[in-house]
Write a protein of this length. Structure first.
Length: 346
């Protein structure tokens, strides 16, 4: 089969690899029909995730068709169309019993990280019964790819962790795929305002169509001043950091009003400066985390009902064998006006 493999920082290739096989009775082999590229993949290529070793097949998102299952798999059979969770859950360890699947003792985020991932024609899914979801008939499978990672990540680590409430003023710093997903899911909680902050006017314009009430272009370096002006000097109830850079984290910690909540969603490859000397007396709360995908069943129903339309995030489509070109488009998102790319393998 063909797969996109990591070859060291800044290097990746589309190569021939052995097709995965069942290794444990709880495994399933899935033929990928739709996958995508994540900002985390770019962090890996940037050397920010040293646990990823040379030769690893990248990718942790996708949908597909079950081709083979192990003897202990009960919920799925060959031919089933499935949504792949970016997080693998054994369902039995102490963390899984707390719905903290990100820290599963046998799984967690392993696809495209510690084991071969989904940017390939086939993928092995450990603990298939608790790491796959049946796709309802008639579903838009491209939209459901967004439920592998970015929608539950934005919902759990951004919206839920920050405690968005009706009437809140929310600022989302970063209008990339995860930031836009936070914009979509935050609206389930009826905030009064959602301010989107980004460098890219095209993405800011998109965010207005998705529900942002105000937009701020931060390219002049005065995002904090603009947010404070937009909130009559009060600041925001919730700041969601959706980029993973020190400068964007700093914006978030400066725009919080007393009692505000900062939810860090971005993947950071470098230390940030935490201004506790100012934050402690403002009664703020800071959260961060790795998605557990515990919200995926709820989001699946919400997407099926039409309440959230993640297909809006898709801007480009490529055949799977054009994944090298797709990476170039995704890496140059501002120039290409790219949000999420879909790679199809019909």
């Amino acid at each position: 089969m063909k797969a996109l493999v990591f070859c060291g920082p800044g290097k990746y290739e589309w190569v021939e690899k052995d097709k995965p096989t069942i290794q444990k009775p709880t495994d399933a082999i899935v033929r990928i029909t739709r996958t995508t590229i994540c900002g985390t993949d770019l962090h890996i290529l940037g050397g920010d995730v040293p646990a990823v070793t040379d030769g690893r097949t990248l990718g942790h998102e996708g949908v597909g068709i079950v081709e083979e299952v192990g003897a202990a798999v009960n919920n799925f059979k060959p031919g089933d169309r499935v949504l792949i969770s970016c997080v693998t859950a054994c369902g039995k360890c102490d963390y899984c019993k707390k719905a903290m699947y990100a820290h599963c003792e046998e799984g967690g985020w392993i696809l495209g990280h510690l084991i071969d991932g989904t940017q390939a024609e086939y993928v092995r899914i450990p603990y298939a019964d608790t790491s796959l979801y049946h796709i309802p008939p008639g579903s838009d499978e491209e939209a459901l790819v967004m439920l592998s990672d970015i929608l539950p990540t934005a919902m759990e680590i951004g919206v839920i962790n920050s405690g968005v409430q009706p009437g809140d003023v929310v600022a989302i710093v970063g209008a990339g795929p995860v930031g836009m997903s936070a914009l979509l899911t935050a609206q389930l909680y009826s905030p009064a305002e959602i301010i989107m902050v980004d460098l890219d006017d095209n993405r800011l314009e998109q965010s207005k169509r998705f529900g942002a009430t105000k937009t701020i272009n931060s390219s002049a370096g005065n995002a904090v001043e603009q947010v404070m002006e937009a909130t009559d000097g009060k600041g925001v109830d919730v700041a969601i950091e959706a980029v993973g850079f020190p400068v964007t984290f700093d914006i978030c910690q400066q725009i919080l009003k007393p009692g505000g909540r900062l939810a860090n969603v971005g993947v950071h490859g470098k230390p940030v400066e935490l201004h506790l000397e100012r934050l402690w007396l403002r009664n703020v709360r800071i959260t961060t985390g790795l998605v557990s995908t515990s919200t995926t069943p709820m989001l699946l129903k919400t997407v099926q009902s039409g309440r959230i339309k993640p297909e809006q995030l898709i801007t480009h489509r490529f055949p799977l064998d054009q994944i090298m070109q797709a990476y170039e488009v995704f890496r140059n998102a501002a120039k290409e006006k790219a949000m999420k790319v879909i790679l199809y393998n019909d």
